[in-house]
Write a protein that binds this ligand. Structure first.
Ligand SMILES: N[C@H](CCC[C@H](N)C(=O)O)C(=O)O
Length: 263
């Protein structure tokens, strides 16, 4: 069977995109999805995303996300932004989208080559000294530290991701953060399900921006995140303590190439 695919990347977080409105791909085929994401034996990507017909009235489409280990996973912020760009390329939307992903409904807008994605509200943030933990559609352990550029992210991230604290609940993503200015942070991320450092993590930088505000490390409601793959921004409204809504993740999302693969 030949499958047509498109390759997208958002600040270096890269994805195989498939228009699955005609049900070309069998979702439970973990082995196939893992192979398609393999950087030597397949197309190569951090994840694979299906654009599907909407289940919810009023939606433009549905998002189904798989990590490169082949397993369906929680929300992908950069992937959601790339999916909106893909839907626009296919003519499914113009410059606005409403869709449903595993973590619920999302709105998105496309403007000046950037995609802004509304993320789920946050109302629970656990804080222990320089560590925070919160879920922005995916779980994120955040370490505020120094000299982030010298860290062994894969090693140190895996140790936390597979620690007793998290392993029973399915693990977590791990973000190492260094303040640059009041409203700017450097972030490097170890991603669950990729089991390596990725060049960017959308739900991760969203979690970092909110944790920075919730712990008083930034006073603004728009935060710039510098990741190895580029720059993203996160804006939000703060209600009461640890109560954040109207959260938007903004950044580039580009088509790299398209292809066909026999599988
Ligand atoms: N690896 C994450 C999902 C993708 C998150 C990331 N690619 C993003 O942009 O949010 C997890 O299993 O929790």
């Amino acid at each position: 069977m030949k499958i047509q695919f498109y390759k997208y990347q958002g600040t270096g977080n890269d994805f195989v995109m498939i228009d699955n409105r005609q049900k070309v791909l069998f979702k439970k085929d973990t082995k196939l999805i893992k192979k398609l994401c393999d950087r030597k034996f397949g197309i190569g990507a951090d994840g694979l995303i299906l654009l599907e017909n909407p289940d919810v009235k009023g939606d433009d489409f549905k998002m189904v996300y798989f990590n490169s280990d082949g397993n369906e996973s929680s929300m992908c912020g950069n992937g959601g932004r790339c999916l909106v760009a893909f839907a626009r390329f296919l003519g499914v939307i113009e410059n606005e989208a409403v869709f449903t992903a595993i973590d619920g409904p999302h709105k998105a807008t496309v403007k000046d080559g950037e995609v802004s994605l509304q993320m789920q509200n946050v109302n629970e943030i656990r804080k222990f000294g320089n560590v925070s933990f919160l879920d922005t559609g995916s779980p994120h352990h955040i370490v505020f530290t120094k000299n982030v550029k010298d860290l062994k992210v894969k090693e140190e991230g895996a140790a936390i991701r597979f620690s007793d604290v998290y392993v029973a609940s399915g693990g977590t993503n791990v973000n190492f953060v260094e303040a640059q200015e009041d409203d700017t942070f450097l972030v490097r991320t170890y991603e669950r399900g990729v089991e390596d450092e990725t060049l960017s993590c959308g739900t991760g930088v969203t979690a970092v921006a909110i944790a920075a505000n919730a712990t008083g490390r930034t006073t603004g409601s728009t935060v710039k995140l510098i990741v190895p793959g580029g720059e993203l921004s996160v804006s939000f409204e703060k209600g009461g303590d640890d109560d954040y809504k109207n959260i938007w993740l903004t950044g580039p999302a580009e088509q790299v190439f398209k292809g066909e693969i026999e599988c």
